[in-house]
Write a new protein. Structure first.
Length: 538
């Protein structure tokens, strides 16, 4: 067999983020010859790129770290309940060095295309530096929120000041003091930026299209007593994360909204509003995400909180979502976000009343006036989950393009594979469980499952795996049906593949596994224990 016919690697992983790092660790453990290809100049993925002011977890730090090494858990000390980006990036670099993974990683290289060679059962990758690499297994670990999208607004290149998408925030410090700054976008990212810089900049103008329901993060330092307690209870922490739908420390209250009196409801809701992290979203009555009247009642409760926190009544009303209920889009957690709007130097522009017409040399022109800025920050989000796949020209059996296959919505089995693309394994694939949970918890599940699949294939002499179209169709139907009961399935958000800045993403489609992590794991375990039922192995 010539070199071109025989793969150079057993496995190539695209992406050195949370998923790619752990996947590489497991591939090496299996004794496979593996490498990671990463566009950035170092590992870290989302935490390498998102260096914008205020970037931090909404997951408790100690639920975000990897659980696979007791030694790692014992030696790493998180400084805050919700660590900031620099600390998380240090953590991921520490993991890479501790397990000697860096020598298997290649940085500053972008995969432009990947095509499956059916004759030789291998993948051929074309990189932007002109290289062609071949591999038997291709593991897509590009991340679920890594295809950043700029708004489709005229004149973006005309602006003479500094302007960045938050994902591409400069590595060098950006001078904000005294500057006139614009932020476009009020998702979880925009909310963090706004809260962080409101008291640092000269003037801050927020351009808001749709407000989100935000709630307090309640971050704080981890004192030595808490630190010891956390380290002593990692087994319990991960056990709780395994049992909750979101993979967090926060599970639902088993009671239904109508089963309790109004006084009891308010008592729970006040407690949730004061509780740390995603309790406010995930520890509510089980039916708040399903029953419109329950959701409306909770939304009204949160709306009152916003009114209490924002002094100007008109501004408060603009900040209260009217088009969707609480928790039907990803809830941004915040630290003094609403209070930022009480500052004299912070201004809110409602883009529904006065849309942006264009970016000018000096700032932003809306239908009402031109605003002058030194800096424009685009917190305009991502082409979620499938966007990272679309940016690589994946070609499967017979040269079929993945972009075409997923044009009207993605099809996968378990979020792990899509038919016609053998040996392409997806760590955060559409319709999978890792994209709807506390990410590292979901990723550990996906990586462990894929690694066991590869071990099984080796033990049984298989070198090709692909899902059956029938299993895929059934999976999509299951996901669709399950999601249709949830109010979130009707709302335009990245959960439902909505992005106004990308062609074809202006409608709602199912992108995530909506059934919670424990049930997802049950499916994975059942499929594996039935000899990978639903997959064709050869
Ligand atoms: P996002 O939630 O999609 O928000 C993008 C924002 O930009 C929205 O407010 C959107 O308005 C606005 N926008 C987009 N195009 C626009 C245009 N042309 N004109 C005006 N406004 C425009 O994106 P994100 O805030 O980056 O967050 C994405 C996800 O990343 C989060 O949901 C979360 O999962 C993750 N994240 C996590 C953390 C954390 O762990 N703490 C922090 C940040 C992000 P519309 O709503 O009207 O479309």
């Amino acid at each position: 067999m010539s070199d071109l016919d025989h793969p150079q690697y057993d496995a190539i992983v695209i992406g050195a983020g949370v998923a790619g790092i752990y996947q590489l660790y497991k591939l090496l453990e299996l004794g496979l010859d593996a490498t990671v290809l990463e566009t950035g100049s170092g590992p870290g993925g989302t935490w390498y790129w998102n260096r914008y002011p205020g970037a931090r977890f909404d997951s408790e730090s100690y639920t975000y770290g990897y659980s696979f090494s007791k030694e790692l858990l014992e030696e790493w000390e998180w400084s805050e309940h919700f660590a900031g980006q620099p600390e998380t990036l240090r953590y991921l670099n520490h993991v890479v060095d501790k397990f000697d993974l860096r020598q298997h990683m290649q940085f500053d290289c972008q995969v432009n295309a990947a095509s499956y060679d059916e004759h030789n059962n291998l993948w051929r990758l074309t990189l932007d530096d002109g290289r062609e690499l071949t591999t038997r297994y291709l593991l897509a670990a590009m991340g679920m929120l890594s295809a950043a999208t700029m708004p489709k607004i005229e004149g973006i290149d005309d602006f003479q000041g500094g302007s960045w998408h938050t994902y591409h925030w400069p590595h060098e410090p950006v001078e904000l003091a005294g500057q006139r700054v614009a932020v476009i976008g009020t998702g979880a990212t925009g909310v963090q930026v706004i809260s962080e810089i409101a008291d640092q900049v000269g003037e801050l103008t927020v351009f808001q299209r749709r407000p989100n329901w935000c709630a307090p993060l309640h971050n704080g330092p981890i004192d030595p007593i808490d630190q010891a307690q956390i380290k002593a209870s990692y087994d319990e922490i991960f056990d709780i994360c395994r049992r909750t739908p979101g993979g967090f420390l926060h599970g639902p209250d088993p009671r239904k909204f109508h089963e309790v009196s109004e006084a009891e409801r308010l008592e729970l809701w006040e407690r949730l509003y004061e509780a740390r992290g995603f309790s406010v979203w995930m520890s509510n009555f089980v039916d708040v995400g399903i029953r419109p009247e329950a959701n409306a009642s909770y939304s009204a409760f949160i709306a009152d909180k916003i009114r209490q926190r924002v002094h100007d009544a008109d501004t408060a009303e603009l900040l209260i979502p009217k088009d969707h209920g609480f928790g039907t889009r990803r809830v941004p957690l915040e630290t003094r976000y609403y209070e930022a709007y009480n500052r004299d130097n912070v201004h809110l522009v409602d883009l529904n009343a006065t849309p942006i017409e264009r970016i000018t040399q000096n700032g932003i022109q809306t239908t009402a006036r031109e605003y002058q800025f030194d800096i424009i920050i685009y917190a305009t989000g991502f082409d979620a989950i499938t966007g990272a796949f679309d940016r690589i020209d994946f070609r499967g059996v017979g040269g079929a393009a993945l972009r075409d296959q997923w044009k009207d919505g993605p099809n996968t089995f378990l979020g792990m594979q899509t038919s016609g693309f053998p040996n392409l394994l997806m760590l955060s694939g559409p319709l999978g469980g890792s994209v709807s949970t506390n990410y590292p918890r979901g990723i550990e599940t996906a990586v462990d499952w894929i690694s066991e699949l590869l071990a099984y294939m080796r033990a049984n002499g298989h070198e090709r795996v692909e899902p059956l179209p029938s299993a895929e169709a059934e999976w999509l139907q299951r996901v669709d049906e399950m999601y249709s009961f949830q109010l979130a399935s009707k709302v335009k958000s990245w959960f439902t593949g909505y992005n106004s800045n990308v062609e074809g993403r202006d409608r709602i489609r199912t992108l995530i596994w909506p059934g919670g992590a424990p049930r997802y794991r049950e499916h994975l375990e059942r499929v594996a224990s039935n000899g990978y039922e639903g997959f064709a192995l050869s």
